[in-house]
Design a protein around this ligand. Structure first.
Ligand SMILES: Nc1ncnc2c1ncn2[C@@H]1O[C@H](COP(=O)(O)OP(=O)(O)O)[C@@H](O)[C@H]1O
Ligand SMILES: [Mg+2]
Length: 388
């Protein structure tokens, strides 16, 4: 079954991209605003020049008007008393009045053009001012929106991430439990269950032999006894795997010591165990986790490492428990095994990590081919754990 994974990286990219686009738009609005402001200043200075030019022109119009009016008066005076003036004088007076009229018309025309231009510039100025104001307003809103968005989107992403992790962890625990049950069922089926059905057949045989061949009956009974002993051993081992009773009977440290001693006896390497005793009663889940981790790490050393020495250090500090395990074996490529985890192969390392994560702890393996393997485990001591 292909399970569709929620890719947090993609989600984060989408959020980053969205924020980036908003930022880009904000920059563009900012550019528009700056452009409008520059244009405003340019038009403002142009308008200033224009206004003084209009003022000069208006003054000039006034002057011309006065000149025209006095030249008209002079002309009227001449026409009333034409006998006193020569024809030439009259002609000149006409021409002067005419010139003023033409000049006035031209300058008035120019004044009109200038006024129209000024009105146009004033309208432009007003709309540029409005654009700047609007841009400022939009910018303020976009900035506010972006702050809210950035904060919320990031929270959302973390939230989804946490939810996803919790869900994934839940699923992993379910899978791990199911896997563990299957393994135990298989072990009971292949071991004790099968042996017992053999024993039933053997008892039948003994019953038949009892009166016929006592010697063979004795042999078969001895065989049956041997089978029973083996069966007992198997069942004890299965129980030990389920929950080492010794943990409840003796406590974590003695249980570990005994386990370590057993491993040393059957394997070819030395184990150094440096420990501190906890100052508080360990909750069963915690001692089982620590026990299982050491157990699995030692299993791996036996199975894979070809080591000569193993060093285990267990420390109970103020705020956390530290477990460090090191072997001087052949080592392995952790990255390769990580890939295998996804295929649910190499269940041991995976289960170790999950156990630690369930207790909110940190789990790290460092290994290099030819340089042995190290496990670093750190489990926070919460008040719940310490029973405070
Ligand atoms: N201490 C070790 N030294 C060398 N190789 C190791 C060690 N621990 C683990 N490995 C490697 O990592 C693999 C995964 O280990 P694990 O998850 O416990 O699965 P398994 O033990 O069932 O193979 C092992 O198959 C082995 O190749
Ligand atoms: Mg293993």
């Amino acid at each position: 079954m292909v399970r569709k994974k929620l890719n947090m990286k993609v989600l984060d990219e989408i959020i980053e991209d969205t924020i980036h686009r908003i930022q880009e738009s904000r920059d563009q609005i900012y550019d528009i605003r700056n452009y409008a402001e520059e244009e405003y200043r340019r038009i403002e200075s142009e308008l200033k020049e224009l206004r003084s030019y209009i003022m000069e022109t208006t003054q000039y119009v006034e002057e011309l008007r006065k000149k025209l009016s006095s030249s008209k008066q002079y002309l009227m005076k001449i026409s009333k008393n034409h006998e006193k003036y020569t024809e030439k004088e009259m002609k000149i007076a006409y021409e002067i009045a005419d010139q003023y009229r033409i000049q006035l018309a031209v300058v008035q025309e120019r004044e009109q053009v200038l006024i129209q231009k000024r009105n146009g510039l004033e309208i432009q100025l007003k709309s540029l001012h409005k654009i700047t104001e609007k841009a400022d307003h939009i910018n303020k809103n976009v900035s506010l929106a972006m702050d809210v968005l950035t904060e919320n989107l990031k929270n959302l992403s973390t939230h989804i991430g946490e939810l996803y992790e919790t869900r994934t962890l839940g699923m992993k625990i379910l899978y791990a439990q199911e896997e563990e049950r299957q393994r135990i069922a298989r072990e009971i089926h292949d071991g004790p269950a099968q042996l017992m059905s053999h024993m039933v057949l053997k008892s039948d045989l003994c019953l038949k032999l009892l009166t016929v061949d006592t010697d063979q009956c004795k042999d078969e009974l001895l065989n049956l006894k041997y089978m029973l002993q083996k069966n007992m051993g198997d069942i004890r081992r299965i129980i030990y795997d389920l929950r080492p009773m010794i943990l409840d009977d003796l406590g974590l440290i003695p249980a570990l010591e005994r386990h370590i001693q057993q491993v040393e006896e059957v394997s070819g390497f030395d184990i150094y165990f440096k420990k501190e005793s906890p100052t508080f009663l360990l909750p069963p889940a915690l001692s089982l986790t620590l026990f299982r981790i050491v157990q699995e790490a030692l299993n791996n050393v036996v199975k894979h490492a070809k080591a000569t020495q193993v060093y285990i250090r267990l420390g109970f500090l103020k705020e956390y428990i530290e477990l460090f395990i090191k072997d001087d074996g052949i080592g392995f490529n952790v990255e390769d095994k990580k890939l295998r985890e996804e295929d649910a192969a190499g269940f041991g390392l995976y289960a170790m990590k999950e156990r630690v994560h369930l207790l909110q702890g940190e789990f790290e393996i460092r290994s290099q081919i030819g340089y042995g393997t190290r496990y670093y485990i750190r489990i926070p001591l919460t008040e719940e754990i310490k029973g405070e």
